[in-house]
Write a protein that binds this ligand. Structure first.
Ligand SMILES: [Zn+2]
Length: 394
């Protein structure tokens, strides 16, 4: 049997960074055989400049919003961003499908091998069935008025079933966000969330906590703008948004908390008392785009939280690239070791989406894809010039 052998300046295994004496050996399909030394690897070693890593896992995207690239101004704040999304969501189906296809191709070229993708409709299904990337489908529901809970649930159920026919073990129904799902709708979703993992947008703006603590802030403007009389059914819980809704999401064993820009130490203590596993999904480029903010990443590190990375959609990001997300974090948090950032981008993401039997590390028997990051500096760090190049797809 013929093998493929790769030697680069650095080799990130999924858990550690090895120096240029390490050689990755796979079969022709990229299934990992072993990592050994150059002297033991034999002949025909392909030499590469840069850092070799397993393919990236993008834990949060909305592929169906790809046609909104560049349409929404930066730094509007979340509520105005949402109002723009509601206005711009609709376009011709041909235009939307073309944007979906292009965005997926860009993700693949950027070294992404698997995506946790939010779907409010079935427009991405045909592209996903081509098998270019691996997907975990989060079928998202929203509806803050209790009166529309059943209608919204029924609509989502049709989308959920369409995906589940093809992605039997990787399709779940998920709530959009604390401020957009009623207790009645949470209950309906929880009834079908018997799968391992769920997801929710969490504390993306400071107004989200203010809304639940005291009924204050810009979410009142959001509901006024869409003509919803929330005074008739909404009462502030006097707790942070996270602590308000977690008791209503009990069926999934694991919950991806996406954004977490205003998550506090008290919220983390609260989560530590629950029986579920929590994964903090950072989408820093989207935070910068929408609110010009960053999440408290060191707070999550100090508390040994599980961290993964996502790109969010092209509505709030100029590109769908995990390397770009790493570059943004590395620029603002220079103290975070590169090995930690790379593990968030690979093995942690694979574990979060239950794909770690195949993806996320160069462990024997896995087929994680092989990606080269170029323009690494002499300290082994990704630079602002670094880009990903696919050596072998997953
Ligand atoms: Zn999102």
């Amino acid at each position: 049997m013929a093998y493929l052998k790769y030697q680069a300046d650095y080799l990130f295994t999924g858990t550690e960074i090895l120096n240029n004496n390490a050689v990755l050996i796979t079969d022709k399909k990229g299934i990992v055989e072993t990592i050994t030394t150059a002297s033991e690897a034999g002949a025909d070693i392909e030499q590469l400049q840069g850092l070799l890593t397993p393919g990236f896992i993008n834990c949060h995207c909305h592929l169906e919003l790809s046609h909104m690239k560049g349409l929404i101004p930066k730094h509007t704040g979340l509520v105005d961003f949402i109002l723009h999304i509601l206005q711009l969501r609709h376009s011709s189906e041909a235009h939307i499908l073309e944007a979906i296809s292009n965005a997926e191709a860009a993700m693949k070229a950027n070294g992404i091998v698997a995506v946790g993708d939010i779907s409010n409709n079935a427009l991405t299904l045909s592209q996903k069935l081509k098998g270019n990337l691996q997907y975990h489908n989060f079928i998202e529901v929203s509806g803050f008025s209790p009166g529309i809970a059943q209608v919204r649930f029924n609509t989502a159920l049709a989308v959920y079933r369409a995906f589940k026919t093809h992605f039997t073990t990787s399709t779940v129904m998920v709530p959009h966000a604390p401020y957009s799902v009623s207790p009645q709708l949470f209950q309906l979703i929880d009834g079908v969330s018997t799968q391992h993992i769920s997801s929710i947008h969490n504390q993306e703006t400071k107004d989200e906590n203010a809304f639940f603590l005291a009924g204050e802030g810009l979410f009142n403007k959001l509901y006024q703008s869409i003509g919803s009389d929330i005074a008739s059914f909404f009462k502030p819980s006097k707790q942070n948004s996270l602590q308000t809704v977690i008791p209503q999401i009990q069926s999934p064993k694991k919950l991806l908390l996406v954004h977490d820009t205003f998550t506090s130490q008290a919220d983390i203590y609260f989560l530590q008392q629950q029986t579920q596993d929590y994964v903090f999904c950072l989408c820093v480029n989207a935070n910068q785009y929408i609110e010009n903010l960053l999440p408290p990443i060191n707070l999550f590190r100090q508390n040994n939280c599980s961290i993964v990375l996502g790109t969010d959609s092209l509505a709030s990001n100029c590109q769908l690239s995990i390397v770009s997300e790493i570059q943004t974090i590395a620029k603002h948090f220079t103290e975070i070791p590169m090995v930690e950032l790379l593990s968030w981008a690979t093995i942690n993401g694979a574990k979060a989406l239950n794909m770690d039997s195949k993806l996320g590390s160069f462990s024997r028997g896995k087929q994680p894809g092989i990606v080269l990051i170029d323009s690494i500096n002499h300290n082994g760090l990704i630079t602002s010039n670094s880009k990903a190049k696919v050596i072998l797809p997953a």
